[in-house]
Design a protein around this ligand. Sequence first.
Ligand code: HEC
Ligand code: HEC
Ligand code: HEC
Ligand code: HEC
Ligand code: HEC
Length: 184
Amino acid sequence: MIKKLFDWLRQPLGLIAVGIAFLALFSLAAYGIHYTQQAPAQPVQFPHKTHVAFGIQCLYCHPGAARGPAAGIPAESKCWGCHNQIAKTQTSALLAPLKDSVLSGTPLQWVPVAQVPDFVQFNHRAHIAAGQNCENCHGDMSKVTVAENPQIFNMGFCLNCHKKVAGDDHVKLVKLTDCGTCHY
Ligand code: HEC
Ligand code: HEC
Ligand code: HEC
Ligand code: HEC
Ligand code: HEC
């Protein structure tokens, strides 16, 4: 039976069938990888790279990270503070949606990319106060053009660092790994 199958596969038709099966598998895998690593369709193709290269601080646009649970996304008025003085704003196709948003008073609808589920309590302030850098969790945003889902915020990601941070401090270890610290 197996031998018959192999003989058939060696025929031209068999080879074509193998080729098609291989291509189908490959494109499925390629689609899967492409789909999960794709940046969502944002209202503006906002390039972190360009802005960080100009020396604009993360906290200038995401001040909530130092103050509370959520880092926040800047309002259009903050963008416009710079962009109404930048010549390129008048001509850039990338900036047309920002201009429309400001002129019409309709907020941009950003699609979240860095997220944990609702049953997880995460607070930026506690982490920034403890000296953690944005890069520790978000990677190097100075290389990012349009932000992609990092797909790293699973439970192990949090617990690995919490165990490292606690070290030999048993009380801290219990607190930072207690279910109720992150789920309540
Ligand atoms: C000029 C303003 C600006 C600066 C500076 C800036 N960001 Fe952002 N950031 C944005 C905007 C607008 C978005 C929403 C669009 C997007 O997700 O690409 C965003 C999105 C993000 C996101 C994804 C959040 C989500 O779920 O949508 C992360 C993480 C982030 N920024 C981190 C950083 C870090 C770290 C720095 C500093 C290295 C930084 N940002 C500097 C404006 C800025
Ligand atoms: C502190 C000043 C500043 C702020 C705030 C700022 N930008 Fe920019 N942005 C710049 C500069 C400078 C450039 C580069 C302009 C150039 O290449 O001539 C730029 C470039 C861009 C580009 C690329 C344009 C192109 O054609 O290459 C986009 C898109 C953009 N900004 C969107 C935004 C959005 C959306 C916000 C608000 C969330 C924002 N910017 C906030 C200074 C700023
Ligand atoms: C200890 C890890 C950690 C550090 C450090 C950290 N973040 Fe985050 N960040 C997260 C997690 C987890 C989320 C998802 C939170 C959620 O869904 O409630 C997030 C979400 C965000 C978001 C989108 C949602 C929001 O909170 O508004 C932005 C923007 C962001 N972070 C920016 C920053 C910036 C800027 C810094 C540095 C000042 C920073 N983060 C430091 C883990 C971190
Ligand atoms: C890169 C290291 C790191 C990562 C990753 C990390 N944390 Fe933390 N976390 C810390 C540090 C440091 C503290 C402060 C510990 C202390 O009390 O000294 C902390 C404290 C906390 C606290 C207690 C806050 C308080 O008010 O005392 C919570 C809740 C928490 N983290 C949730 C999370 C969640 C949820 C994630 C994953 C999405 C996460 N952390 C990922 C380093 C990290
Ligand atoms: C430091 C924060 C943190 C602590 C402590 C923690 N969790 Fe989680 N937990 C998370 C995060 C973040 C997720 C979301 C995982 C994801 O989205 O993939 C999660 C997800 C879960 C889920 C959903 C299934 C899954 O794995 O996605 C369950 C169930 C869960 N946690 C139970 C627990 C229990 C039980 C404990 C105590 C032994 C605990 N967690 C302690 C951060 C934490």
